[in-house]
Design a protein around this ligand. Structure first.
Ligand SMILES: C[S@@+](CC[C@H](N)C(=O)[O-])C[C@H]1O[C@@H](n2cnc3c(N)ncnc32)[C@H](O)[C@@H]1O
Length: 346
């Protein structure tokens, strides 16, 4: 091994350059996702079929500037979204998933993350950090007043949930229950999938009136699915054997989360189970073992900025449950970034 002073200097310089470049990449990291949001909004992937097309051709059809669109697509292609061949763009696996008709389409989720309310709120992060208050006072009131953005929000939630639904169903045995309640279940994507996988199970989808009125029900499960509109802070909530609460508690600070958990406890029989499906933040012991990296750390800041909510560690869930009649039973990992936090009546 060469340990001469000059080779040590060379490797030190290389390490310094790498550190500097890492910081450059992190600080400029939002340039790439912003390009993705815009391309999803413009429906570029929908306009591209089997044949490669030039940016000029796409721009003409979709009402964009040819040069600007070419440069944005070139950036995305350099990161594996679309292939660039001889100055034209062709689909690859990632870009196909941006098509609206793709069976696992992520277009709505990309558009959701790029919504002006998200973008402006992240722009106010410094203010959020100084005040500890979210940039939006009530994001769900905002969505109630902005129906077009609500449609993108609900569709985005549905496309995001695809990454969690199969892993959750694989990780948990729902067949032991008679009735399942999906509280704040949105358009019911998780509940519908669970009902399809367990033929005798009956389900209640509970959400706000303007969400419930847009839920479509397919005939194969219509006789086993009840749609119930209401407010999970006020109740009453349906009486069920098991409750799933997916990405709901993370929208709220501890005080409001306690109110939701208390309402569920009020409705639940004593032998009911509660399943919170969320990303779980690593406990301090995981950080000590060098395992602190998790997608939940990103989502946590999104909640800080937009809702005033938070992702939680297993210990934080145990404390939250203990204050409202529940007891943490176990944390079940899934093959996705989401875990199932199971609680029983205390
Ligand atoms: C982040 S979304 C999660 C949706 C779904 N569980 C999922 O994971 O895709 C939060 C849901 O809570 C619902 N919600 C918000 N406030 C509510 C309230 N006061 N009562 C009932 N549902 C509410 C929203 O309408 C939305 O569907």
């Amino acid at each position: 091994m060469d340990v001469s002073p000059s080779s040590v200097r060379v490797s030190e310089t290389k390490a310094q350059t790498e550190s500097v470049m890492r910081l450059v990449e992190i600080s400029a990291g939002y340039w790439l996702p912003r390009a993705l949001h815009v391309v999803a909004d413009l429906a570029i992937a929908d306009a591209l079929d089997q044949e490669p097309r030039s940016a000029a051709d796409l721009a003409k059809e979709l009402g964009a500037d040819a040069d600007a669109l070419d440069r944005v697509l070139r950036l995305l292609a350099s990161h594996g979204v679309f292939d660039r061949r001889s100055g034209k763009y062709a689909h690859n696996a990632l870009s196909r998933a941006l098509r609206s008709d793709h069976p696992q389409s992520m277009r709505a989720y990309v558009r959701l993350v790029g919504l002006p309310v998200f973008w402006k709120s992240w722009g106010a992060l410094e203010q959020v950090v100084r005040s500890g208050k979210p940039a939006v006072s009530d994001i769900f009131a905002y969505f109630r007043e902005h129906p077009q953005e609500t449609e993108i929000f609900d569709a985005g939630m549905k496309s995001k949930a695809q990454s969690a639904i199969s892993p959750v169903i694989e990780a948990y045995d729902f067949s032991i229950f008679g009735t399942i309640g999906d509280i704040g279940g949105g358009l019911g994507h998780l509940l519908k999938a669970v009902l399809k996988s367990v033929p005798k199970l009956r389900g209640v989808l509970f959400d706000q009136p303007h969400v419930i009125e847009r839920v479509g029900v397919d005939e194969t499960i219509a006789s086993r699915l009840i749609l119930e509109e209401g407010d999970f802070f006020r109740g009453p909530l349906p009486r069920c054997d098991v409750y799933v609460v997916m990405e709901v508690l993370h929208d709220w600070a501890d005080e409001q989360s306690r109110q939701i958990l208390q309402q569920i406890r009020k409705a639940a029989p004593d032998n009911a189970k509660l399943l919170v499906v969320e990303t779980i933040l690593p406990n301090e012991s995981a950080w000590a073992a060098g395992n602190g990296a998790h997608f939940g750390n990103h989502l946590d800041i999104n909640m800080l900025v937009l809702t005033g909510g938070r992702e939680r560690t297993p210990d934080e869930f145990a404390n939250l449950f203990a204050e409202c009649g529940w007891q943490l039973a176990r944390v079940i990992p899934t093959s996705s970034p989401y875990s199932i936090v199971e609680a029983v009546a205390a």
